[in-house]
Design a protein around this ligand. Structure first.
Ligand SMILES: [Mg+2]
Length: 376
């Protein structure tokens, strides 16, 4: 089997209501879907636009190759070495995912059966919502939205903070009061703070029983993470913008955070598989970041199906968890025929059909496409 063509589908769509967080406002959602065609009639799909510079510069590294040589292709995607440095990490997560999709289809097995020992058949999502509001009663609007997500069955909900210490305390207090004590609540400040300010905010937020605090400081402020982790009782999370080497070396093996949040767009299925072993070794929880389409969600479900528990015994630890973005997204769910959503038990089943196990809809991808790059 040989790779005959690789297509990069660039998608974009305007939002009805712009959404904001501590860094920015967005009035569109963009995406990149990767399609890999083979001479065996199998087509693999992946979602993720990390970086395709290696593909654009050297398409011959991929075209004509056997897609089942997954590890070799993963390392071929590394950026070339610079003087006295190792080659840079692979960033094209969508392409890596598409190769795994082909491997699963070729073997007639769902992707998770290729990745390791299945630990579970369904994964608990947490709800990502509660973005910045432009309304005059910001806290009241967030509280009302939080109650709506609780009514729809979510047991864990994440909200945006990072708008200043006093504002954050007011917003988190309003949402916690509206949700009650039984719903898990996490906060995400998107690198808003220096460590000193974060220590002060952490003290004030501890009373709200938070499951984690995501990106409290800049992603490369390793000393800041370490200082805050020693100063607060709130578990820390981060890593969504980091490459695999940085996640392994700085976040996991140093236990910089309690929960590492790798992004499949950047590190691919291969990266999730490699990081899962390190997380087990260093006893760091892995809760993948996910702001992509349902194609990426399917890949993450397979990776989570085989994630080993961190401890043995009667208490198996917190449930395996991943991010389910519920903010407005015109094509997130349209790109596959199936609907990925929690069942009555609040869990999302891991796909069981070969490969990613979902039916990609090329017509839907074409409908939202603004640019197409073809390599053949
Ligand atoms: Mg985040």
């Amino acid at each position: 089997m040989r790779i005959t063509a690789i297509h990069l589908h660039h998608l974009s769509a305007p939002l009805a209501h712009r959404i904001g967080w501590s860094l920015n406002w967005a009035d569109r959602r963009n995406g990149l879907i990767v399609e890999v065609q083979t001479d065996a009639g199998l087509t693999g799909w992946g979602d993720g636009g990390g970086s395709y510079d290696t593909l654009r510069a050297r398409p011959d590294l991929f075209l004509g190759r056997n897609p089942l040589e997954l590890a070799a292709l993963h390392d071929a995607l590394r950026e070339p070495p610079r003087m006295q440095r190792r080659p840079g990490p692979m960033l094209a997560g969508g392409l890596d995912t598409a190769l795994w999709d082909i491997a699963g289809q070729s073997a007639g097995l769902p992707l998770h059966r290729l990745l390791g020992l299945a630990q579970r058949t369904a994964i608990q999502p947490y709800c990502t919502a509660l973005y910045r509001k432009e309304w005059s009663d910001w806290a009241g609007a967030l509280a009302a939205e939080a109650v709506d997500w609780k009514r729809r069955g979510f047991r864990i909900i994440k909200m945006k903070i990072g708008f200043g210490v006093e504002t954050d305390v007011q917003l988190v207090g309003a949402v916690r009061a509206a949700l009650g004590p039984e719903i898990g609540l996490a906060v995400d400040s998107n690198c808003a703070y220096d460590a000193g300010t974060a220590v002060r905010l952490g003290r004030l937020l501890e009373r709200y029983d938070l499951m984690w605090w995501e990106e409290p400081v800049l992603a490369d402020d390793l000393e800041g993470y370490a200082r805050l982790r020693a100063a607060t009782r709130i578990p820390l999370a981060g890593g969504e913008t980091a490459d695999l080497d940085t996640l392994a070396r700085d976040y996991v093996s140093r236990q910089l955070v309690d929960i590492v949040q790798p992004e499949a767009e950047i590190i691919g299925v291969t990266g999730l598989q490699r990081l899962a072993y390190l997380c087990w070794l260093y006893r760091v929880r892995m809760v993948p970041h996910n702001w992509g389409t349902a194609i990426r969600t399917a890949a993450i479900l397979h990776a989570m199906a085989v994630l080993p528990p961190l401890t043995e015994g009667i208490y198996a630890g917190p449930p395996a968890l991943f991010e389910l973005d519920r903010t407005e997204h015109p094509f997130r769910d349209a790109v596959i025929a199936e609907t990925i959503a929690p069942g009555p038990d609040g869990l999302i089943p891991v796909p069981t059909r070969p490969g990613l196990g979902v039916t990609v809809m090329p017509e839907a991808i074409a409908a939202f496409r603004v640019h197409l790059e073809k390599f053949r």
